[in-house]
Design a protein around this ligand. Structure first.
Ligand code: F6R
Length: 608
């Protein structure tokens, strides 16, 4: 993961580097650092932990300079210490890196044998020393970098700053993203348009394998064979990305409360609000008439959205679905000959495994589509068909509004697919779309349960373990609810298909086990209630999340209840996701964890 920024300007850069790093902190927050040139000499300040630690250090020891690089780290090689923080530097240069240099051990051993020494445990320092060795042998910076790039294996984006070179920044990318920002008499390098948004909206995205030489007024770009290439300038929508928490305590809370609005925006991309017909967004045509099998793939919460997607496509469109976490899909080498469409889901559009799976599917000749939230992301740029979620920037590391918007897009697409395939008739289509239009109102009602949920969370925060159970549409929700709880509260939680309880997990049930049962009054309600009674019989502490009909059925003596409005089946995943998010959120707040930036995580996972 990690975020990179580079600036070559005529005005001081230190505070601008930090400003950009604030926008990149979603990529990692184990440490941060910047390096500049002051009268040609390398200056460097680094700090462990969050960016605010770097800011305090810079208050005490400010650094001058009109050219510099900055980095925010998600640790891969080496603990999150100052010594391992980027930029890494030698007497000749400083470098920042996102990605993993897979052959760094061999390269490091070779350099050590040549008499070079190292200060950190990182793979990145190997790159700094390799370029230094080339320069010690007489190469100029550009030649030195070009020679070294050919020796590196793995995924990387890099930005180099050279001692004595006030008009030179060099960037390179393979696997990890890097973009050039074009200014007036100044140039920028950044991990994404968000990093560049305080300075410019003119962005040139480097293609995989590209490297670039930046001066104040020009950007030369070369492909991996060293041939000069041109990459077009696109105007980025990056500026509105800088958002604040408004009146909310955390971004996650704000994002949960934005759901009614962003769900309705997303619905508008898939349903014509005047005639109630489903559609794919303009210019992104997808004809499901001949689609008989879809391969779905994503990571984390996106994977749980894909799991709901499978239920939607199979139930409403009669399309069989294969489903994989992306890190398995790309290596499983499953025969894809009978797959008609590969569909990927990603909030960030940068997740390394999902991107690699997309590329694998393309290499197998499959038509690809991607449900993405960041329109300028690599996945959005590489998929044949882009299916946007209009959730807006999601800053909290735990995904909330992006998840429900993914579900909304999937629901509408499944209905569209059903219509295309003749499984859904015109009047039924209208019924479905009328139901989908109810989502913002029902999600709003779910949000009104916040007070009650806060109360329940006080109890949950005293527990050490939780099981989440659900069947049918509620099974993916049980998985998602457990993921939300563990990632932000650090309480151990697992999700299970309710029917699987008696095949093992029931052994865990005693009076200390919190069990969250997700059971709307749907086709499988009675069966889930039976599983819940098996828990009750063994003394488990039960929270039942159901709807009015479920609550009225009276089958849940001894369970604590959270009651949502009744709703059409297609909306269950979208609306029931909300109390699960809020339960995790308020439990984490009770426990005093860092809700928006939980330990060990990052918002964009650009390493395998
Ligand atoms: C959990 C969460 C992660 C992401 C996963 C994929 O709350 O946010 O599990 O869903 O890292 O990220 P994207 O969707 O950006 O590909």
């Amino acid at each position: 993961m990690c975020g990179i920024i580079g600036i070559i300007s005529h005005t001081p850069v230190a505070s601008r580097l930090v400003d950009s790093l604030k926008r990149l902190e979603y990529r990692g927050y184990d440490s941060a650092g910047i390096a500049t040139l002051d009268a040609g000499q390398l200056q460097r300040v680094r700090a462990e932990g969050k960016l605010k630690n770097l800011e305090s250090r810079l208050d005490g020891e400010p650094i001058a300079g009109t050219i510099g690089i900055g980095h925010t780290r998600w640790a891969t090689h080496g603990a999150p210490t100052v010594a391992n923080a980027h930029p890494h530097a030698t007497a000749r240069l400083a470098v920042v890196h996102n990605g993993i240099i897979e052959n760094f051990r061999e390269l490091k051993a070779e350099l050590q044998a040549d008499g070079y020494s190292f200060e950190s445990e990182t793979d990145t320092e190997t790159v700094a020393v390799l370029v230094t060795r080339e320069m010690d042998r007489g190469a100029a910076p550009r030649e030195a970098v070009a020679n070294v790039l050919g020796k590196l294996e793995g995924a990387f984006s890099l930005a180099f700053l050279f001692k004595g070179e006030e008009n030179l920044l060099i960037g390179a990318r393979r696997g990890s993203p890097l973009a050039i920002g074009v200014g007036r008499g100044e140039m920028f390098l950044g991990s994404d348009a968000i990093a560049l948004s305080p300075f410019t909206d003119e962005v040139r995205y480097l293609a995989d394998g590209d490297w670039t030489i930046l001066t104040h007024d020009a950007a030369e770009i070369f492909d991996e064979d060293g041939n000069p290439v041109d990459r077009p300038v696109t105007v980025s929508a990056g500026k509105p990305f800088y958002v604040d928490k408004g009146n909310h305590r955390h971004f996650m809370q704000k994002e949960m409360f934005e759901q009614p609005e962003v769900l309705s925006h997303t619905l508008g991309a898939y349903v014509n609000m005047t005639d109630g017909r489903t559609r794919t967004p303009k210019g992104q045509e997808l004809d499901f008439t001949k689609v008989r099998r879809i391969a779905l793939s994503a990571c984390g919460t996106g994977y749980y959205a894909a799991l709901v997607g499978r239920y939607y496509f199979e139930r409403y469109a009669g399309i069989a679905c294969d489903l994989d976490v992306a890190s398995e899909f790309r290596y499983r080498e499953s025969p894809l000959s009978d797959v008609d469409l590969a569909l990927f889901i990603s909030q960030s559009g940068e997740t390394a495994d999902t991107l690699a799976s997309l590329r694998y599917a393309k290499s197998q000749g499959l038509k690809t589509a991607a449900i993405v939230n960041v329109p300028e992301s690599t996945i959005a740029r590489e998929a044949d068909v882009v299916l946007p979620t209009l959730a807006g920037p999601e800053i909290g590391v735990a995904s909330t509004k992006a998840f429900t918007c993914q579900l909304m897009a999937l629901a509408a697409l499944a209905v569209r697919a059903g219509v295309d395939r003749g499984v859904i008739k015109a009047d039924e289509e209208l019924e479905f779309t009328r139901a989908l239009m109810e989502a913002p109102r029902l999600v709003n009602e779910a949000l009104h349960l916040e007070g009650e949920i806060e109360h329940i969370a006080r109890d949950l925060a005293t527990q050490h373990h939780a099981l989440y159970l659900g069947r049918g549409f509620s099974y993916p929700l049980a998985l998602e609810g457990a993921l939300k709880l563990k990632e932000i509260s650090y309480i151990h939680a697992e999700g299970y298909a309710a029917g699987e309880l008696k095949h093992g997990p029931i052994a865990l049930i005693d009076e200390t086990m919190q069990v969250v049962v997700v059971a709307p009054h749907d086709r499988v309600f009675e069966k889930t209630v039976s599983n819940m009674q098996e828990v009750a019989a063994r003394g488990g502490r039960i929270l039942l999340i159901t709807d009015h009909k479920g609550a009225a059925s009276g089958a849940m003596d001894g369970a604590r209840l959270l009651v949502l409005p009744d709703m059409p089946e297609i909306l269950i995943p979208i609306v029931f996701a909300v109390p699960l998010q809020m339960l995790a959120y308020h439990t984490a707040v009770q426990m005093g964890t860092d809700v928006d930036q939980p330990r060990n995580l990052a918002k964009s996972v650009t390493v395998e």
